[in-house]
Design a protein around this ligand. Structure first.
Ligand SMILES: O=P(O)(O)O[C@H]1O[C@H](CO)[C@@H](O)[C@H]1O
Ligand SMILES: [Mn+2]
Ligand SMILES: [Mn+2]
Length: 401
């Protein structure tokens, strides 16, 4: 008996009841990608034609979309055959990665994060002064809201010439630092991130993110897999904490350990990209002890395609993930529970480059019959269900389905 939670980062399915408060009314990551595919607007070298997700549809993705928005996205019709499906809206106010993951694990965020204003410079002058003094920097570049790939194209060469790191933010509660892996150095980048982390605690900033990149010039800069997130710890007892206190085996895949500030994150397996992360998931599952929990994050949907507003890439990534699912399903035991979900949306057809407030799918594979999941308020029901499956005490939030 084991429990697996797979988070497809940013794979929202529309219909968040409070989307208008975020300027996201109508945003629908899966729905809009499926529409673009059906209309022939997502044909490229990586893929063509209507969106094909037969395994996710068999797990109930199309039906979950119908619950969230009232309609099945084109190409995703089909009954759920392999499990129960549902959708959930988020309680936490932030539409960011930690808020979504912590809420899944039973800890909605009860406070407002600190954010930086949408103006340049966006960071408080005394913060940057302290950072430069403590880190021995002569200054920073950026100091604005930006897309991470665009800002390294803009400032990367100047960064290489001057040694000043590129600092930027987004609609999330983040302080991101981009620097060249070779000329600036990875260790030095992590070191200044830790200094920034301490300085940003009083401002209630959720994450400092190291964004290393390589390349000789603006045309070939490429971000590397050495990204690190320096998160504040979750503000309550998560299902990971409960599993760890009970001595359970825990395997985390990808950036889950960073998201939970390395608290009760067990053995962590990483991989560069969704396919490597899927390999790591299979490997982690093979070694997962009975009664254990595997918690995985698949980041490419969000970072490579959602934020880049790349519909073709996003559709291809969904299809590639779907393609791998049978490998996982055949490795499950009849006593296991698998839940596939998401942490927020990042509609690649939406304006800007930020996340979108959306509901998330809940696709649960289990041979034990259970009642329909339906529309849930709060992602915490996901963790509550996994905890109950494992016979763990319930976290403070969430009701099992
Ligand atoms: O544009 P990039 O650097 O990918 O940044 C994105 O990644 C950050 C963390 O997930 C978000 O805050 C978003 O802005
Ligand atoms: Mn995310
Ligand atoms: Mn993101």
């Amino acid at each position: 008996m084991r429990a697996l939670i797979l988070v497809m980062d940013s794979v929202g399915i529309g219909g968040a009841p409070d989307a208008d408060r975020y300027g996201d009314e109508g945003a629908d990551t899966v729905g809009h990608i499926a529409e673009a595919c059906m209309a022939g607007r997502a044909d490229g070298s990586a893929r063509k034609g209507p969106l094909r997700l037969p395994n996710l549809v068999a797990l109930g993705l199309g039906e979950a979309c119908r619950l969230a928005t009232g309609r099945v996205p084109p190409g995703l019709d089909g009954q759920a055959q392999d499990g129960q499906f549902g959708c959930a809206s988020e309680i936490s106010k932030g539409k960011d990665t930690p808020s979504g993951h912590w809420e899944i694990a039973g800890v909605p965020v009860p406070f407002d994060w600190g954010y930086f204003p949408r103006r340049t410079p966006c960071f408080p002058a005394d913060l940057i002064k302290a950072l430069c003094e403590q880190a021995g920097l002569r200054g920073i570049l950026g100091d604005c809201h930006a897309s991470g790939t665009e800002i390294i194209a803009e400032f990367g060469e100047r960064h290489m010439q001057t040694g000043m790191p590129i600092c930027y933010t987004s609609a999330d509660s983040v302080f991101q630092i981009a620097a060249h892996e070779k000329t600036f150095g990875l260790d030095r980048l992590y070191e200044i991130c830790l200094i920034a982390r301490r300085l940003l605690d009083p401002l209630n900033i959720g994450r400092v993110i190291a964004r290393p990149f390589i390349g000789a010039g603006a045309r070939d800069f490429k971000r590397t897999a050495h990204r690190r997130d320096f998160s504040v710890p979750p503000p309550g007892t998560t299902m990971l904490d409960l599993a760890a206190s009970d001595g359970r085996d825990i395997v985390t895949i990808g950036k889950i350990d960073d998201i939970f500030a390395h608290r009760a994150t067990g053995r962590n397996l990483r991989g560069d990209g969704n396919m490597a992360l899927f390999d790591a998931t299979l490997k982690g599952l093979a070694s997962l002890a009975d009664g254990g929990l595997l918690f995985a994050n698949f980041i490419d949907f969000d970072t490579l395609y959602g934020h880049r507003r790349d519909v073709v890439g996003y559709a291809a990534a969904l299809e590639a993930f779907d393609d791998r699912l049978p490998e996982l399903l055949t490795r499950l035991r009849s006593s296991d529970l698998l839940i596939i979900t998401a942490d927020h949306g990042c509609d690649p057809t939406w304006s800007g480059t930020d996340h979108t407030r959306e509901q998330v799918p809940i696709l649960a594979w289990s041979t034990q019959s259970s009642s329909p999941i339906g529309r849930r308020t709060g992602f915490a029901d996901i963790g509550a269900t996994a905890a109950r499956h494992l016979g763990l005490p319930a976290a403070l939030h969430g009701a099992h389905f």
